[in-house]
Design a protein around this ligand. Structure first.
Ligand code: ADP
Ligand code: ADP
Length: 225
């Protein structure tokens, strides 16, 4: 069964008011385990809205989100939060690392908050940092890292709880093209290693072409690109 099913999603803002915006108007998508889907969309098309709904940060007005066979509609907030923390990893365009903590600590903090033992979390975090080539920077704070290194640390943080679904919103969007390509390569290696299902939004058509499949968000619906 698909890791993620989005079924006929509708979402709008300020509905019924003069400033009404209809963003999603029947968007559907299935992502199989291990499948990496590129989401391409012009700015303002509703990419963030879609990713937030898929990642259980927001709810649709109509339609259904099904994660690993479990329908999310009608779940309690508590259960939704549980599924989000246990199943979904997020990567944003800006890394949102905490400046006062080291790279290693930034990766470990969500895990420690979830009650995972420190020794185990630390070993996992170091393994991830090694995998993306940032192990020697483990004890540096974000300000001492390059943009590409910061973003690779954010990838490690997103994958630290071994999610089955990765959602990324322009994961290399704030990096120069050369760094972007290298850092994206590190992300794809990680994703392929872990067999994650992923939806990765990008404006970069070269990067999109390296994924398994491309979908375009346009006019509120998703279609093959
Ligand atoms: P994208 O990520 O593709 O740029 P968004 O999902 O952020 O698109 O936004 C899609 C549309 O919905 C835009 O027109 C945006 O202005 C509007 N929008 C997004 N969030 C809100 C909100 N909270 N209230 C009103 N309008 C919103
Ligand atoms: P943008 O869509 O403008 O690039 P972000 O992707 O950084 O902005 O964040 C979009 C929204 O997601 C924000 O409104 C924020 O509240 C929410 N958000 C970001 N990170 C998290 C998180 N780790 N947990 C819950 N909500 C988050």
């Amino acid at each position: 069964k698909p890791t993620l099913s989005l079924r006929d999603l509708h979402k709008g803002y300020n509905l019924g008011k003069p400033n009404e915006v209809r963003v999603l108007q029947g968007a559907s998508l299935d992502v199989a385990p291990g499948e990496v889907v590129a989401l391409v969309a012009p700015s303002g098309a509703g990419k963030s809205t879609l990713l937030h709904i898929a990642g259980l940060l927001d709810t649709p007005d109509q339609g259904e989100v099904v994660i690993a066979g479990e329908a999310m509609n009608g779940l309690s907030d508590r259960r939704r939060t549980g599924v989000r923390r246990g199943t979904v990893g997020f990567i944003y365009q800006f890394h949102h690392l905490l400046p006062e903590f080291t790279a290693l600590e930034n990766i470990m903090l969500p895990q420690l908050a979830n009650g995972v033992a420190r020794a185990r979390t630390e070993a996992q975090a170091m393994a991830l940092l090694s995998r993306v080539g940032v192990a020697e920077r483990a004890t540096h704070r974000p300000a001492a890292l390059s943009g590409g290194e910061q973003q690779r640390v954010a990838f490690c943080r997103a994958l630290a709880n071994a999610p089955s679904l990765l959602l990324a919103d322009e994961p290399t969007g704030n990096l120069d093209p050369e760094t972007s390509e290298r850092v994206f390569g590190a992300l794809m290696d990680l994703v392929r290693d872990t067999g994650l299902a992923a939806v990765i939004a990008t404006h970069n058509l070269e990067l999109a072409a390296k994924m398994d499949r491309q979908v375009r968000l346009s006019g509120g619906v998703l279609e093959p690109a």
